[in-house]
Write a protein that binds this ligand. Sequence first.
Ligand SMILES: Nc1ncnc2c1ncn2[C@@H]1O[C@H](COP(=O)(O)OP(=O)(O)OP(=O)(O)O)[C@@H](O)[C@H]1O
Ligand SMILES: [Mg+2]
Length: 252
Amino acid sequence: MKIAVSGKGGVGKTTVSAFLIKTLAERGKQVLAIDADPSPHLARVLGFPGADRIRPIADMRELLQERSERDGPFYRLNPKVSDLPERFMLKEGNIKLMVLGAIREGGAGCACSDNVVLKALLNTLFLGPDEDIVLDMEAGVEHLGRGTIKSVDHLLIVVQPYLGSLETAMKIKTLAADLKLADIVVVANNVKDQEDITYIEAHLGMVPAGVFYASNRVRAAERSSQPIFESDPGLRDSASQILERLSGVAKQ
Ligand SMILES: Nc1ncnc2c1ncn2[C@@H]1O[C@H](COP(=O)(O)OP(=O)(O)OP(=O)(O)O)[C@@H](O)[C@H]1O
Ligand SMILES: [Mg+2]
């Protein structure tokens, strides 16, 4: 499965991504985790040391250009995850972590060309049955207009029970429908009670594929720089529920 995780800034994209990545890995899947946030945090949230050593995917541009010469190591027809050069990733267990772009200085321009590289990668990468990709996306809607994720199997839109996040979700949904994405689902995060869920459902007209409640354990883990996945079994169950829903769709 190729899964992209989107939503308004700060709604919990990285948190949800981390729980999905670790759950897949626990199930024995080989997971390629891609942090597409221009200010990347996924490594820290996953508890990966040495994130500052990862060379950004955007630097693979030259490798992509070798495609036209037909002898590049990467762009044979249907490149596999195992063909990706190791210098662009951190590996821990069965998780490979890649980071899209270098951190940009103020006024350094947009991440458009980085997204061209990511789009090519997502489009052409061939996944074996035990391989999955989880893409932790940049906040908001702008990047959706670039069509970067048009080849993903599932788009998750993370929302919280407040209006701004739901408005952004509706925009994402519309843009994703334009891209004709196969499956678009909502994940409710930071939920306190049933009223929050009812509010989200009424506003979006969609039942969330999974609910992540507001977790004091995650908050405490985050504040003490501990990996969040180990902190809260309840949210691990939520991640499992989402994955059942996604693989159910994949089998149809
Ligand atoms: N269910 C939850 N319970 C408790 N804290 C949470 C929960 N979800 C997210 N948080 C906390 O909220 C903050 C923002 O979450 P996160 O970084 O996952 O959001 P994001 O959408 O990836 O943000 P950005 O748009 O900046 O990339 C983090 O400090 C995270 O630990
Ligand atoms: Mg994030």
